[in-house]
Write a protein that binds this ligand. Sequence first.
Ligand code: NAD
Ligand code: WQD
Length: 356
Amino acid sequence: MKTILITGGTGYIGSHAVVAFEQAGYKTVIVDNLSNSSLKTIDGIEKIIGYRPDFFEVDLRDKTKLEDVFRKYDFDWVVHFAWLKAVWESCEKPLEYFDNNIVWSIRLFELMKDYWVRNIIFSSSATVYTSPQPSPLKEREQAQSWIKEDFVTWNTSNPYGTTKFLLEVILTDLSKFAGFNVINLRYFNPIGAHESWYIWEDPDGIPNNLLPYIMKVATGELKKLRVFWDDYDTVDGTWVRDYIDVVDLIDGHLKAYELLENIPLSNFPPEGERIATKGFIDNFNLWVGRWVSVLEMVEAAKKVTGKDITYEIAPRREGDLGEVYCNPSKAKSILDWEATTSLEDSLRNSWKFYNK
Ligand code: NAD
Ligand code: WQD
């Protein structure tokens, strides 16, 4: 049975990956330091799959404890989710984001190399794309068509996006010179929850993200939503994003896994060769191709929850990108993947949790 190390596996997206890969017949092992999640997630995963996944509370910066995990298992794959991920915080603490996200990933890659684990799916991000200059609404459809996977430039919009871009650069060289087989998956705004509602997006404290914040306003836990500015050239002046259901997103990870599994990958160099053979690498945008503005999300949430969502217009948030979108066609054609869950169904699954 293939064994997959899932870093950040008690987090929002990682926990959904654990469920999906276990249900697909793979063995997963979670490494997480619980800095932005809790053991409640392990309980939730157990309720869904019927047994507790292997979990190790390890900080990726602790190479000794991380190596103990590599010694216990013969990993075939790594799916790398563990990350500091708040865009606004990365603008306030850029060095902390570089020190953590890049340095601890290098510790992980050192162990992958030492233990001959060469296959990795990296949870990258659409923030590697330079947000195009705000284009008049009528040109956006055309603009979306050209933001394909090769439209990556160094000129990212915030330190968080820079850490994702830099890691992709490092992984490109590891595939060229250390035989790593790499798939970078770029996505932006996952929403929703597993239909069982035993696992969900449950960040500690006040949510950064739009949907958990709206849900807490709907429950009355928070008084009102601050809408970060409303004078953009969009349908209603508020920012648009491509919100993707987390279960659809994880299906994209499984499809990426199957792609690599079907390629004759050489983890081991031919006899006598000093350097592992050149590895495989590819990038995919996992997007719905559906733009939703902040106020459209508010209206959709009011419809699904039946609650009023009070909001006020507030100044723009540091690090916020402009409209962000890209061309989702490559994942459809090569991975045979596309997102199918409606916005309302994603909100309905989230609301089942918040309204418990
Ligand atoms: P999350 O914070 O819920 O999950 C990240 C997990 O990593 C948490 O459980 C946290 O405890 C763990 N972690 C952080 N630092 C660690 C460390 N040093 N050692 C071990 N574990 C550590 O975030 P998420 O929304 O599930 O995001 C998962 C991945 O997807 C991240 O790489 C993020 O950048 C990426 N991503 C997220 C979004 C989004 O909007 N949520 C969009 C695109 C990409
Ligand atoms: C969505 C929209 C806000 C909260 C996400 C991930 C981050 C990174 C980038 C990808 C924006 C507006 C939000 C609020 C608001 N992941 N908003 N009031 O900023 O797109 O960042 O993608 O790699 O990890 O979080 O997502 O949900 O924070 O904001 O008006 O209280 O909602 O301005 O336009 P964002 P978000």
